[in-house]
Design a protein around this ligand. Structure first.
Ligand code: ADP
Ligand code: ZN
Ligand code: ZN
Length: 672
């Protein structure tokens, strides 16, 4: 048998994971030492025995073989949480294409010295500036109860098929999660609950705090590295059995993991942006499998990936069809054709019908949410004489006009004062185009004088606590109209809101992404779901130029099944995921020619080697080709078999590592 070497990190809680030591694996241990194994090794000049984890096993030594020491022994006992995370890191590295270091850094926290502030993280959120009264106990309705009972029965019988909980907005999915969590806790097992960062608000945390008390751990991006580390240490020591957090909470070192729940499973934020570019849903499925845990995913608008797996029987499908709280019904949805408004001479961004309804709500002292389906402020400036738009010199995007008069690049932060004349032709007629939330606020104030208006977007929430301050002011009835972007549609429960206006439903349909119809449908359904959460019935108005688009009419009817059927048909026709798998490779570099040349080379070599079994598209420029003076080219490779794509990724990476130019360029892989 060939000699093998183990790469080992010693004492992961103290050392930087960059420091990896190589040891020889003695013959008799070869069959037992695996990635993730905890082993004893002689360390340092005194050869003191220390424990470490195996993070990689190779057939070649990176150092002088004669000087390598032997692994001294295998630590037995149950698999530790850390072993499992290391094994998971290795899987992620293979699956998504990253270095082992990047993968380890994703799953293992690096220790930073901090004052002990354990419980404060939950407390500071719970004892915020606003406290809410204790809620009465909720008794599950029949639909909810049936699901919880079936889940518990399966769990007790050792059935671990992942479950998809499809429930309309407000159908009581969260109550179902809580009942499942109680069952798992009663068995002495632990639970990870993932919630998208944007929905991880005071309101949500408070709900869980009331149920489970101080034993819950919460992780969100506002925590410092030290605070995060503390939360994870509490979990490691078994002082908590419920971790609530965004994507990275998946890597909580629980020894007795029994259940992973992913709320709002369809959210884009579950995919990591840095290497490894993992998807939390996939990693959770793998981790649950490794740990013998269950996986539950919930959404009102499941991703096509998840729903198609449920259809194929890979996931078990649970459905909630009704709003949970008594007397609450789904909003009535009205679609307004903006082309007709224009024809009738109404140039305002508020259609006549929407204006009428807003006035009605203002009279009745009910609340209104106005939603712009577009991020931030998108007011670009162009010249009325020559027609040119003012663009960022470093990126392929237009600069955005802010209220303080400066022009800002939203990709790189480049900022200049608004020029007094056109930089191209000298004309003084420069004008802003496009509509941002600031502009909508101004216009609303004009059309509805006297209305109290709040705005929530990147600008107003930039300061710490800005988010929560606006939400609690609106929740407390201190405003009549809340205007916002994506941020306002996620997971907030405002019983006083009886009207939601979606000002331009089509904007996101034009995104250069095969998922744009899916994203639009999700946003519209979630936005409409904000109306009528209380006793009073709600209305949602969808303004659009293309009312006949299937993404818009199915959302207006809150008809997921029809949307799914039509969208799946489109994906099959175009051979897009989930009808097939797709590997996106992006090559980026400062040298435009070199970037293009390398992408061509990769394409040619993939076609030569795998040509007959894959479909290769590109190279094409990225939708924003230049960012921060870096050029980006993309190749898409489609294949029904995921494993073949993983092989292609490895093939490319191996060749890439051998090239001269790889240091000047960055390659990134993205699987879907
Ligand atoms: P979802 O997570 O599906 O959007 P929630 O769990 O937030 O739904 O429930 C929506 C509202 O209905 C909440 O105010 C919740 O307290 C209430 N609710 C949920 N289940 C019940 C129930 N069985 N009886 C009464 N109210 C319920
Ligand atoms: Zn000009
Ligand atoms: Zn820029």
């Amino acid at each position: 048998m060939a000699v093998k070497y183990a790469s080992i990190i010693i004492d992961i809680s103290h050392e930087n994971v960059d420091r990896i030591f190589q040891y020889r694996i003695p013959k008799e241990m070869l069959k037992d030492v695996r990635i993730g194994s905890q082993v004893c090794v002689p360390f340092g000049s005194g050869n003191r025995v220390r424990k470490g984890y195996v993070v990689d096993i190779t057939e070649k030594a990176d150092f002088d073989k004669a000087r390598l020491k032997d692994v001294a022994g295998l630590v037995d006992g149950s698999v530790t949480a850390d072993s499992r995370l290391i094994e998971l890191a290795w899987w992620m590295k293979e699956q998504y294409g990253s270095t082992m270091n990047q993968a380890l850094k994703t799953v293992l926290p690096v220790k930073r010295r901090v004052k002990a502030r354990n419980q404060q993280v939950v407390k500071s959120m719970v004892e915020g500036p606003f406290s809410s009264p204790d809620k009465e106990e909720v008794f599950l309705n029949r639909e909810q109860k049936k699901i919880v009972e079936e889940f518990c029965r399966d769990y007790d019988q050792g059935i671990r098929t992942p479950c998809l909980l499809h429930g309309i907005t407000g159908s009581g999915k969260t109550e179902v999660y809580m009942a499942m969590i109680r069952h798992i806790q009663a068995k002495g097992q632990q639970v990870i609950l993932l919630i998208p960062e944007i929905a991880l608000t005071y309101q949500t945390v408070m709900r869980f705090y009331r149920q489970f008390g101080e034993k819950i751990c919460v992780m969100h991006s506002r925590l410092s590295a030290g605070e995060r580390y503390d939360q994870l240490e509490r979990a490691r020591r078994g002082e908590t059995d419920l971790m609530i957090g965004a994507r990275s909470a998946l890597f909580t070192p629980f020894e007795r993991l029994g259940l992973i729940i992913i709320d709002e499973e369809h959210e884009g934020a579950y995919q990591s942006e840095g290497a490894p570019r993992y998807h939390a849903r996939e990693v959770a499925e793998h981790l649950a499998g490794m740990s013998g845990a269950s996986l539950v995913m919930g959404s009102a608008t499941p991703s096509l990936e998840a729903y198609s797996k449920a259809e194929a029987g890979v996931y078990k499908l649970f459905s909630l069809h009704n709003r949970a709280s008594a007397g609450s019904a789904l909003a009535v949805t009205e679609v307004v054709d903006l082309r007709r408004e224009m024809a009738a001479g109404n140039k305002s961004i508020f259609s006549r019908r929407l204006q009428e309804l807003i006035k009605d709500r203002l009279e009745k002292k009910e609340q209104v949410m106005l939603f712009m389906n577009r991020r931030g402020y998108s007011n670009f400036v162009s010249c009325r004489s020559c027609g040119k738009a003012i663009k960022c010199p470093h990126c392929d995007v237009s600069l955005t006009l802010h209220n303080n008069g400066s022009l800002v690049c939203h990709y790189c932060g480049y900022r200049i004062p608004m020029p007094s004349a056109c930089p191209f032709c000298g004309s003084e007629y420069l004008a802003g185009f496009g509509i941002g939330t600031q502009k909508i606020e101004e216009m609303a104030a004009g059309v509805f004088p006297g209305a109290r208006i709040l705005r929530m977007d990147l600008d107003t929430t930039a300061k710490k606590g800005g988010h929560e301050r606006i939400l609690s002011a609106f929740g407390g009835g201190k405003a009549d109209i809340l205007i916002g972007t994506q941020m306002i549609v996620k997971g907030h429960d405002f019983p006083g809101v009886t009207l939601v206006g979606i000002l331009a439903a089509d904007v996101s349909l034009y995104a250069p992404d095969f998922r744009c119809a899916e994203r639009t449908f999700q946003l519209l359904v979630q936005a409409a779901g904000r109306a009528g959460r209380g006793r009073k019935p709600g209305t949602a108005v969808i303004q659009t130029y293309i009312p006949e688009h299937y993404g818009i009419c199915t959302a207006a009817n809150q008809d997921y099944q029809t949307f799914y059927r039509l969208e799946m048909g489109y994906r099959r026709l175009m051979n897009y995921p989930p009808a097939c798998h797709m590997l996106k490779m992006q090559v980026a570099g400062r040298d435009e020619q070199l970037t293009g040349h390398m992408t061509d080379l990769i394409r040619d070599s993939v076609v030569r080697h795998f040509g007959s079994c894959v479909e290769v598209i590109g190279p094409v420029p990225a939708s924003v080709y230049k960012v921060n003076d870096i050029y980006r080219k993309i190749l898409y490779i489609k294949q029904g078999n995921y494993d073949i794509l993983i092989r292609i990724r490895k093939y490319v990476q191996d060749r890439w590592d051998e090239t001269e130019d790889c240091k000047k360029l960055v390659i990134q892989y993205d699987f879907s």
